[in-house]
Design a protein. Structure first.
Length: 312
C-alpha cells in the first residue's frame, strides 16, 4: 500500500477522508461536526467501549469541538458510522506494545455487510523518528494521519477494498496518484452522506478491548492535568496543616498559666477516655508507637537538650 500526503494542520484525519472520498464539496469542519454529533448521540456506547483505553468521551467531545485539534480512536470509530464504511486503522510497529493492538483494527459501521467498503488510515508523525523521539523524551507517539491506497495493478484487492456505488454518470470514481514517477488511477469509495438517518452503533467484532492506557497526546494531556491537580491539592492540604499548627502554637503562647493547666487537664481526660475504649491489642500497639516516637525524638536531641530535659 502507498501513502498519500495530506495537510498536517490538526485536521489530518478529516483531510485523509476527503482525499479518499474524492468529494471536494466536503470540508474538514463538516466531518468534524458530523463526528461530534455521532459521539453525542451514542455517548454511552462510546464511553463504555473506549473510556478505559483513551479516557472519558466527554473530554473527547470537548476536544473535537475545537477546530484543528488532533483526532484519535473516538473520531475513527465515529467516522466509520457517519460515512457508512469500514475504517482500517494501521499503526506502525514503533515502540509497539500489546496494548496497542486496538490501534491495528478495522472499525465496522452499523450496517456492515460483506460488500461494505473499507478505507485505510495510517498513524504517523510529521517528523522523522529521530526528531520525534528527541522532542518527546526518547519516546515515539503519532501526531498525524495519512490515507493508504492500494496500487491500481492489484485489481482483486483493490475491488475488495472499495467497491463504490455507480454514480449517475455510470463511471467508477477514481483518483490520480503517482507511483514510481508514473501517473496511475486508483479506485476510491463513494460515501453515503445521509445526514438525518439515526444509526444504532453496533459493537465491531474486530475491536479488541484492553485494560491498558494508550499513550496518545490527549491521554498525556489528561494525565498531566491530573498530576498537576493532585500536586496543587497536596500543596493546599500541607499549607492548611501548617496554618493549623501555627494557630495552635499561637494560642498556647497567648494562654495564661490557668488556661494552659486547664487545657492540659482536658487533654489528659480525652486521652484517658480514648484509652478506656481501646481493646488490649490496640492499647499495646499505641504504647509501642509512643515508645518508638519517644526514642526517635531522644535520638535527635543534642547533649545540651538532653541535660536540660534531665534537669526539668
Amino acid at each position: 500500500m502507498i501513502t498519500i500526503e495530506v495537510a498536517a494542520d490538526g485536521n489530518c484525519l478529516y483531510n485523509s477522508i476527503i482525499c479518499l472520498s474524492g468529494n471536494t464539496a466536503s470540508t474538514p469542519s463538516e466531518l468534524r461536526v458530523r463526528s461530534l454529533i455521532e459521539l453525542v448521540k451514542n455517548e454511552n456506547f462510546y464511553h463504555n467501549r473506549f473510556a478505559h483505553i483513551i479516557g472519558p468521551v466527554n473530554e473527547a467531545i470537548k476536544n473535537i469541538g475545537r477546530n484543528f485539534s488532533f483526532s484519535e480512536l473516538y473520531e475513527i470509530a465515529a467516522l466509520s458510522n457517519v460515512l457508512k464504511c469500514n475504517i482500517q486503522s494501521v499503526y506502525p510497529t514503533i515502540d509497539y506494545r500489546s496494548d496497542l493492538n486496538i490501534m491495528n483494527n478495522t472499525f465496522e459501521h452499523a450496517q456492515c455487510s460483506i460488500a461494505s467498503k473499507t478505507i485505510c488510515l495510517f498513524w504517523t508523525h510529521t517528523e522523522s523518528e529521530i526528531e520525534a523521539r528527541r522532542s518527546n523524551a526518547g519516546n515515539w507517539s503519532p501526531n498525524h494521519f495519512v490515507p493508504l491506497l492500494l496500487p491500481s495493478d492489484n485489481s482483486q484487492s483493490q475491488n475488495h477494498l472499495c467497491q463504490p456505488k455507480i454514480s449517475g454518470s455510470g463511471l467508477t470514481p477514481t483518483k490520480a496518484t503517482t507511483k514510481n514517477n508514473t501517473l496511475t488511477q486508483v479506485r476510491i469509495p463513494e460515501f453515503n452522506v445521509d445526514h438525518n438517518e439515526i444509526q444504532p452503533f453496533q459493537v465491531p467484532s474486530t475491536v479488541i478491548t484492553t485494560t491498558n492506557e494508550i499513550t496518545t497526546p490527549r491521554t498525556k494531556r489528561r494525565l498531566q492535568l491530573a498530576e498537576t491537580c493532585a500536586s496543587v491539592e497536596s500543596t493546599i492540604v500541607e499549607h492548611k496543616r501548617m496554618q493549623a499548627h501555627e494557630r495552635i502554637a499561637a494560642k498556647r503562647a497567648a494562654a495564661t498559666p490557668e488556661e494552659a493547666e486547664r487545657q492540659r487537664i482536658l487533654a489528659r481526660e480525652r486521652s484517658g477516655a480514648r484509652r478506656a475504649t481501646l481493646t488490649q491489642e490496640k492499647a499495646e500497639q499505641q504504647r509501642t508507637l509512643a515508645r518508638e516516637r519517644s526514642a526517635t525524638r531522644r535520638a535527635l536531641l543534642t547533649p545540651d537538650e538532653v541535660e536540660q530535659q534531665r534537669a526539668t
